[in-house]
Write a protein that binds this ligand. Structure first.
Ligand code: FE2
Length: 148
């Protein structure tokens, strides 16, 4: 399989794992700890996709519609993530919001791995994938450092 997709899928697996732990966690301190971990993984991943993977796809007719949906899903995820960040982790509503957030991110991941990957495969050649992959990783590491 495409090496870049493998890289993204590895992140997705990790993110889904943290989300699963987060909806189970009830203790505020545990929630806080897991939430920080999620943020440090999710934000760099999304931002790096937005700056390195999505733009070249936006230029391709066959991928544009799916990518635009992906961008909007990132946007909504970002908004809910900010709300979750501000809200005290012991608040009753937090668990409900976290549950919805998990579904949102999982839905996005599913769409990305099916629709976006499929159209990207058609739209980009191996050289383009290599270039995107290098930039994606670099960008992700860079953003990660700013979050710690
Ligand atoms: Fe994404």
């Amino acid at each position: 399989m495409n090496e870049f997709f493998q890289m993204l899928k590895k992140d997705h697996v990790e993110l889904k794992g943290i989300l699963g732990q987060l909806v189970e966690a009830k203790e505020p301190k545990k929630r806080e700890e897991l939430f920080q971990k999620l943020r440090e993984e999710l934000v760099p991943h999304m931002k790096a996709e937005e700056s390195t993977f999505y733009p070249p796809l936006m230029k391709k007719k066959e991928a544009r519609e799916d990518v635009m949906e992906g961008v909007e899903e990132h946007h909504v995820s970002d908004l809910v993530l900010k709300e979750l960040e501000k809200m005290p982790k012991g608040e009753e509503k937090w668990g409900a919001k976290m549950g919805v957030f998990k579904e949102l991110v999982e839905h996005h991941i599913k769409d990305e791995e099916s629709k976006v990957f499929k159209s990207a495969e058609k739209a980009l050649d191996p050289d383009e994938f290599q270039a995107i992959m290098a930039k994606f990783d670099q960008e992700k590491q860079k953003i990660k450092k700013t979050l710690k």
